[in-house]
Each structure stands twice: as structure tokens, then as C-alpha cells.
Design a protein around this ligand. Sequence first.
Ligand SMILES: *Cc1c(COP(=O)(O)O)cnc(C)c1O
Length: 383
Amino acid sequence: MLPPPVEMAKCPTGLGAADRARLDFLYEQLQRQLRTFVGYPCTAGFDYSDLFRFLALPLNNVGDPFTRCTIQMHTRAIEREVLEWFAALYHAPAGEWWGYVTNGGTEGNMYGLYLARELYPQGIVYYSQDTHYSVSKNLRMLRMQHIMLKSQPHGELDYDDLRETLRLHRDTPPILFANIGTTMREAHDDVGRIHAILRELAIPEFYIHADAALCGMTLPFVEGAPRFDFRAGVHSLSVSGHKFIGAPIPCGVVLALKRHVDRVARSVEYVGTLDTTVTGSRNGFTPLILWHALRTHGREGFARAVGACLARAEYAVAAFRRRGIAAWRNPHAITVVLPRPAPAVLAKWQIAVHECVGHILIMPHITTAQIDELVDDCAAHPA
Ligand SMILES: *Cc1c(COP(=O)(O)O)cnc(C)c1O
């Protein structure tokens, strides 16, 4: 006779009163902390309750989203729709792109660098000093040669330094890591200018990856903003899903030219799919989150949200300046850069600081009331 099934997941008693109280306490604490969460590029205030029932399923998008798989508990059709939406947004050449939903911008950047290394094992990675901190770790993990370049004071790559450094290493294919929105100042490296320098130096072989963690979801919706995507000549691009879009679980999207991905694909009998992704098992829930956001907002909704954030960022700069605080922002940026606030301000507000600067991000959920309160606090406690 078969043993009775083990019902581990359906504990009949559920959580005890103390455990429930603990969760209630944590939830209320997080709700309170949301009020001062102004320094990081994460949107709050989303509602994905349509998707809650899927949390009762063991979803897994293991392996390549475009190939068949022996595991059927997946959301790959939804994931592919999400990827197609982003491929159109970033002008990826039809039939020549590939991608997947990642665990965030860091994984997408690592993937782009991995493809570049497989293409040019001896290549040198060039990246500016304003690049996200995770990139130097990725470069060590991938054991890639790299050279950090100078940035201009507003955070954009120093093109003279790029040109002079490339000139010294003309015998090695360059791998350019372009920041489309640097972490501290939201400056954009100009992909067109990078191409012009490569042409000027007659360097035929190169790879460009765009780190568009935040601005991959702002710049496409801003008229007159610089081009940074496949149309501008990048080979891969990474964007975060939990930043401008907003998600309760970190996620992102990486897109790349298919011919470079084919080089790394390995077929795996155990799961019946291709091992093209960084992790084996992959989140089957985050594609639903992204799909929900794209279906509910659409391009028009994101364009409206970006426009409102830019207007509020300008409002914030003016409000700080009226009180004598030298706030500023880059063109098309929702990041407002401040002199490093006083400890009393940092004790109350969740603001990212780096050396002598701090910044706030005017994400869709940030209100003018919050901006006014922060400005008052900064004025009351001069840096
Ligand atoms: C946030 C960020 C990253 C890292 O993205 P995660 O989604 O947090 O992994 C990389 N680059 C830039 C420019 C970022 O702002």
C-alpha cells in the first residue's frame, strides 16, 4: 500500500498568534518607512493583487525562454511577451535578438559582459569611475581585463580619457560598458560619441553593453533624449524591473544580439532546454509582474509617469535652491543631486550618499509634500 501523501504545505494550524503579531509589526514598520524612502530608484505603490494566486504554484522558468522545456510549470509565454515589448522599445533588430527576465540589473550587466568575453576573451573592458559598484565585482568574477576611465564632474564619461586610453591599446578589442543613467548623478554616456571615437581610431572590432538599469524606462519616453539602444549600436542592454516600473521582487530584463548568445548556448538533457541563462532555475513570477505592469500602464502610461517625475524633479531643484541649497540635476534626469545632507537629515530620511554628495530620486510615488518636508529638514540642518 502507498503511504499517505505528506501535506507539508498545508499546515492545519497555520501561524501562531505571536508569529502573526510579528508579521503585523513588520508590515506596519515597513509602511512607516516608506514615507522617508526617497533616496533610491525604486517605485512603490503598485498593486499586483491580480497575481497573488500564482504564488501558490511552483513556477520555474528554467533555462532558455525561447526553447521547449520538459517542465511545464512555467510562464515562458508571458516572459516572451515581456521580452518582445522591450525589444520593440529598444529597437532590437527583428529576428536577431534574444533575452530573458533576470533577477535585476546586476545579472543583466554580468550577462552582457559574459557575452563580450566569449566573443573577445582578451578584450579590455572600459568603464567610467561613476559606474555601479557591482560592475567591478562582475569583472573580477569574469576575470576580464579592465580599465577605469575618468568621468566628467556631472557624471558622464570623459571622452578625451576614453580616446587617449583606447589609442594606447589599439591591438586589443575594446568592450565598452556604457552607463545610461549613472547611479549617483544619473548621467548618460553618449553611445553615439563612443562610436565616433571608435571610428576615428579605426578600431573595427568592439562590443558595447548599455547599463540602462533606471533610464531604460525613462529615456525612451522623453522627447529629444539621447539614443542608447540597439538603434544606437549597442550589442546588449540591461534594465531593472524593480526600479522605474516597480516590483516587490527584484527583477530585470537583458537583451542581446542573438548571434553572440548562440556562442554560449549549451543543450541540457535533464531539463530539455538550452542553458543560455546565468542561473538554471529562474523566477516564473517576476515575468508576470512585468507583464502586469506593461499591460496596465502601456507606453502611454509610462510616458505620463516619466513626464510627471521630471516635472516634480524640477520642482524639487527649485525648492532646494530657494532655501540656499545647491541642488541640481542632469538633463532628463529624475535624480536630484544635493550637497551631502547633515547627519540629522540622514537619520530621518533614507538618502544615498557618496563622498560629498547625496541624492534623491523622484520616482512616481514621491509627492511634493514629501519634497517640501525634506527641503524644510535640510534647511533646518545645514550640511
Ligand atoms: C541599480 C543599478 C544597477 C544594479 O541593478 P540591480 O537591479 O539593483 O541589480 C546597475 N547599474 C546602475 C546604473 C544602477 O543604477
